[in-house]
Write a protein that binds this ligand. Structure first.
Ligand SMILES: C[S@@+](CC[C@H](N)C(=O)[O-])C[C@H]1O[C@@H](n2cnc3c(N)ncnc32)[C@H](O)[C@@H]1O
Length: 323
């Protein structure tokens, strides 16, 4: 791998520079780098201190340095669209950090295959395993628990893809085979993969079907409806679709979990922050608008609503009616 020390021949030393200066220096250097090239620089060893917030002064041999923990450096790598590589120990007090510039072209967001197979088994999307991302699975698990998963019997998943979201339910419920699960997606290869994954489980039905035409499936009502990363798709009309799902398929005592992506998947990394057309940076207005629309609507219908999460925003609704 090519490595680019910020100032040759000695490595640039950031151990006493303010963050704003570091960001400016790194941004300028990254602009001239090709994808996958690496920037390397020296910082104070974060393990030298504990219970210390970024920016505090650390004095070593009468010299002052600025403390920052690994969380700050990993955040910075992400914000600069880089991957942080394993740090190298330089000396007792210093480590070198290496940021690898991501290749923005390696992303399903830019894929131009036909719309049904954009998320199919041959797509870049199929390489994403959200249940292995702590920032996803922690909040999804919390949402399932807040939705009272242990008492839900009929569960619908809209945009189920290859069934990862059912896998977590399978792991955390002791009575998985007593549940009745329905998964819908218009991607044939993803639904086939889901059917294969759960072929031993006769209590799950997967349909290759367009969510725009849910009525023709005559699914009835559910105790729990889950839809993650799907209802905001450009081929769906968010507000009327959401209202019709609640009116036609959610039991009055039921619960709902909606997941709104607030990240992009780029070159192996889940990068925080939703992107919308016409902005070259992350912009969260659309997420806020849609989340608040759903929250208000569900509250009017007598559901208690919580909004949680980070890279995925989870809206969880449970009925306030007595069950
Ligand atoms: C971003 S993926 C999310 C999949 C899964 N819930 C997840 O979070 O990994 C969106 C899914 O919705 C499906 N989808 C999009 N529009 C659809 C529609 N009109 N009818 C059925 N499925 C649709 C896609 O095929 C895809 O599997």
């Amino acid at each position: 791998m090519p490595s680019n020390n910020l100032s040759h021949p000695t490595m640039q030393n950031f151990s006493n520079k303010p963050m704003l200066e570091i960001i400016t220096l790194l941004k300028n250097t990254l602009e001239s780098l090709a994808c996958k090239e690496i920037i390397e620089f020296q910082v104070l060893n974060p393990d030298l201190e504990t219970s210390t917030y970024a920016g505090n002064a650390v004095t070593l041999n009468n010299e002052e340095y600025i403390y920052r923990g690994y969380k700050s450096w990993v955040d910075l790598a992400q914000l600069l669209h880089c991957r942080m590589l394993t740090p190298r120990i330089i000396s007792e007090h210093f480590v070198s950090l290496r940021f690898e510039k991501l290749n923005a072209d390696i992303s399903f967001h830019t894929s131009i295959v036909d719309k049904e197979e954009k998320y199919g088994t041959e797509s870049i999307f199929s390489e994403i395993h959200k249940n292995e991302e702590p920032a996803f699975v922690t909040y999804y698990l919390q949402a399932l628990q807040n939705a009272g998963i242990s008492k839900r019997k009929r569960i619908l998943n809209l945009g189920v893809n290859s069934g990862d979201e059912f896998e977590l339910i399978q792991k955390i419920t002791g009575n998985f085979d007593d549940l009745e699960l329905v998964g819908i997606d218009f991607c044939p290869s993803a639904i086939n993969a889901a059917k294969e994954k759960f072929k031993e489980h006769k209590n799950i039905a997967f349909y290759t079907h367009d969510i725009n035409d849910l009525a023709s499936l005559e699914l009835g009502e559910f105790d729990l409806i889950i839809s993650i990363g799907t209802l905001q798709s450009s081929n769906l009309d968010f507000n009327p679709l959401f209202m019709s799902i609640v009116q036609n398929h959610l039991k009055k005592e039921g619960a709902m979990i909606l997941g709104f992506p607030n990240c992009r998947w780029v070159d192996g990394e889940m990068i925080y922050g939703a992107r919308v057309k016409n902005y070259p940076f992350s912009e969260l207005g659309l997420i806020y608008k849609d989340v608040i629309f759903c929250k208000k609507y569900l509250q009017q219908k007598k559901y208690r609503v919580t909004v949680t999460g980070k890279d995925y925003i989870f809206l969880t609704a449970t009925s306030i009616r007595k069950e």
